[in-house]
Every structure is written in C-alpha cells, then in structure tokens.
Write a protein that binds this ligand. Structure first.
Ligand code: EPZ
Length: 420
C-alpha cells in the first residue's frame, strides 16, 4: 500500500487541469448495458473506481478498453447478468447495473453492497424503485434477485433525494412500457449528465435537472459517444488547497456553475474568486475567516466537500460549525486531523472547529476517499512532515493527485509498496 510524504507550508501557484467526473463515469458506464453496440466515452478519468466498474462490466461480457482518457465499450456480447459480491464489495456504485440489467434483459442478480467507511448507506430506494416498475424482487443470501418480463411505468416518489437511486430507477424506466414519473429526484450534475446521455441514446426524459422527471419508455435505445463532464469535487478540492496554502491557483476544464455553493463559501472565508466559462481562479486571503457549512443535496454544499472544508476551517480565524445533513457520521477524518493539532469537537453530525495558528505534521491514516483528501490538504499546510498512509483510497477518486499538486509547487511524493 502506498503512502504520501508531504512537507507543508508551500504556497500553491499555477494552473491545474480538472479530470472528468468520477461519479458521472460510474453512471454512464453501466448505462451502456441498455443498448448493444460500441460506445466511446471521452474525458474519462484514470481512477481505480473506473477500472473496478470496467472489470464488473467485463464479467458481464462487455468488451472494455481504454487509451488515455477515452473508454471504449462494446456491449454486443453481454451474456451474464450478475454482479458478484467479490466485485461489488470494492465499490458500492456497482449497484448501478441493477436498473439496466432488469429493464434490458429481464433478470439481474446483484450483491447487496455491504458496509462503507461511514453509513448506514442503504439501497432500499433502488430496490423499491425497481419493484414499483414491476420487477419481482427477492433478497437471497446477500443478493438482490430481480426478474421481470417488461417493466411497466409507475409514479415513484423518493422518500429521500438519492443520487444513486435516481440514476438506477431512471435507467430502468427508459425501456419500461408507459410514462414513469419520478418525484424528489436528485438534480446533481452527474445525474443530469446521465439523463442527457440516455436522451442521446434515444430515451425520452422531461424535467432533467429538476426534482420531477417524466420518462416515456421506448422499445429500444442505440449506442452513442459522449464526453464526461468535469469533476466538481476535484475542482473544489484544489481550490481549498490554494486557499489553505495562501496561494493563487487557476483551475481549468471545470464548470463553475457546478460549484456555486463552494465558491460562495470560499468568498465568505475571504478568498478572491474569478470565473470564466471553464475556469476558476482563487487568490487566497492572508487570513481565512471561519465560516459555518451545512451540507445539502445539489445545488447545496456537497457532502463530498465536507471533509475538505473542515481542514480549511482548522486554521481559520474563529470558530465554525460544519454539519453533514446527508451522512451523519462521515467524520472519520476528524480524529486524524486532531493528531495534526486541529481543535475539533464532534457533536452528532456536526463538527465544531476552533481555528488554531498552526497544524504540525504527523503520520495519519486514510479511511475513505474524501477523508484522505482532507488529510493531504492538512499536510500541505502543516508545519514539517506529514505522512498520509493507505493512499489507495485517494486513487479511487483523484487522478494522479500528487503529480497535480507537485506541479503547483507542493512538496509531496508517493512512496510505493510497503505495508503501511
Ligand atoms: C453518491 O452516492 C456519490 N457516489 C457519493 O460520492 C456522494 O457522497 C453521494 O451521492 C451524496 O451526494 C456516486 O455517485 C458513485 P445517495 P449515493 O444515494 O448515490 C440515503 C464520493 O466521494 N439513501 O445520494 O450512494 C443515504 O443513506 C462518493 O465520490 C437511502 O436512504 O448517495 C444518504 O443519506 C462518496 N436509501 C442519502 O440517501 C437508498 O436506497 C444520499 O445518498 C439510497 C440512499
């Protein structure tokens, strides 16, 4: 397992190019199961999660190949409709194959995802949604077994706004008979990107980007090519890196409109922000102000930026409260930040952060993707050396993060191989 060795207190300066959105790619890849043929997905990020999804699709008979950032998928020979536990346990997003398989092939056997570094992260809305569309669902020895002749349209109101359930049920509905209505649907850019991809494939969807979508089922779809939207969480992470280190950074190949909540909070904290069509520059203020954040569904402040925001607040002037209203216990990064000298108190799903003058480098442990990003950020600003262990968590969702940070002037290097 690899670790990062970081020497802090270097101002970041320069330009960083943002990669394609992990969570868009993880939705579009299984969507190719909906129609046989050849697909080309451009600007696909080079990440562990993408390879994991690729391996799962290959197990189903999909031909998957990648050169650079272009993913080629050929779904002519799909002949297996199962997602085994060995594969699903590596990545929860594997459940995205449920909707496409049941609506296109009438059968799906998908492992329940099991645990996560924080939770609970149930999948009841995925299962209920597909059941409402007429699938017969059994849960047997850790597997969801779904059978259906042809799915039939339904009116589905999600109790909770769920990115994954919206994506899965939308993919199931596009080939169902009749018009399905989704209420309280997720509006995240990654779901909008999936809906647009399905439309390009011949689906008929109204209300894209709103919480109410109408999906008129069609008899068949056709393969298309698509270019991935940029990763708004990677962009937000680099902007916080610039704010933390007192630097000036330009983030290119991003969609500022996808990060408005983050930009607003960064300006409140004192950063100077300028935006263009596909770039954002951030000039850090000399002193970061403490700013409260409560995470929310899009377009609110994303839970995937909660850990990174806490790191910024550890060295802000004053106290702030960061509340996660989406995941009540997504705070595994807090004890590790405290080891770096942060002053944080957890109270249920809120972190009360009292800004300190300095963080001091230490060895810390990654526990999940965004937690490890927050530890790398802390290492960039801490006095002295910080070692971040088990960076395979980071490799799931950040493309060559150490190379991008090095190019901005950070002192960070990857030590490969030993047991950390
Ligand atoms: C997606 O996960 C993202 N993953 C997560 O990003 C992100 O944190 C999350 O959305 C919230 O924005 C991908 O897109 C691959 P949800 P997902 O269903 O779909 C509850 C990252 O760092 N819920 O929107 O699993 C759930 O417990 C990852 O890139 C149910 O109750 O999240 C949570 O409280 C981490 N029942 C809320 O909905 C369900 O059946 C939102 O979860 C499903 C969800």
């Amino acid at each position: 397992m690899d670790k990062f060795v970081i020497h802090g207190r270097k101002k970041l300066k320069g330009t960083v190019v943002i990669s394609g959105a992990k969570n868009a790619a993880l939705a579009l890849m299984p969507a190719t199961l909906l129609a046989s043929g050849k697909y080309r997905l451009e600007n696909t990020p080079d990440l562990r999660d993408i390879s994991t999804m690729g391996k799962l699709l290959q197990m189903m008979g999909v031909d998957v190949s990648k050169n650079e950032h272009t993913l080629h998928l050929n779904t002519f020979r799909v002949n297996k409709f199962e997602a085994p536990y060995e594969q699903v346990k590596k990545m929860r997003a594997s459940i995205y194959v449920l909707g496409p398989l049941i609506t296109r092939y009438g059968y799906a056997k998908v492992s329940l995802p099991g645990g996560c570094a924080w939770g609970p992260r149930p999948v009841n809305l995925h299962i209920e949604g597909v059941r409402k569309l007429g699938a017969k669902i059994d849960i047997d020895r850790g597997y969801i077994i779904a059978k259906a002749k042809r799915l039939k349209a339904a009116k589905i109101a999600f109790d909770v706004s769920s990115v994954g359930a919206t994506g899965n049920v939308m993919m199931a509905a596009v080939l169902a008979k009749g018009t399905t209505v989704l209420e309280n649907a997720a509006m995240e850019p990654e779901i909008v990107a999936l809906a647009r991809f399905l439309m390009k494939m011949g689906a008929r969807i109204d209300g894209i980007g709103t919480t109410r979508m109408e999906i008129e089922g069609v008899d068949a779809l056709h393969p298309v090519d698509e270019t991935m939207i940029p990763d708004r969480i990677e962009a937000g992470t680099f902007l916080i890196a610039a704010a933390l280190t007192g630097g000036t950074v330009k983030v290119e190949c991003c969609k500022p409109g996808h990060l408005m909540a983050i930009l607003t909070k960064l300006e409140e904290a004192g950063a100077q922000i300028n935006v263009g069509d596909n770039w954002i520059t951030l000039k850090a203020s000399r002193m970061t102000k403490a700013v409260d954040v409560t995470t929310a569904i899009y377009p609110g402040f994303p839970t995937d930026m909660q850990a990174q925001w806490i790191t910024l607040m550890t060295i802000a002037k004053g106290s702030s409260v960061i509340t996660d209203s989406i995941y009540f216990d997504r705070f595994k990064h807090v004890p590790e930040l405290i080891r770096l000298g942060a002053n944080i108190e957890l109270n249920k799903n809120a972190a009360i952060v009292k800004g300190v003058k300095r963080l001091a480098g230490a060895t810390v442990m990654s526990t999940d993707l965004r937690a490890s990003a927050s530890l790398v950020l802390a290492g960039l600003v801490a006095e002295g050396k910080t070692e971040v262990l088990r960076v395979y968590h980071l490799d799931r969702g950040y493309e060559h993060i150490e190379k991008k940070l090095q190019a901005l002037g950070a002192s960070i290097r990857r030590i490969s191989g030993q047991e950390y």
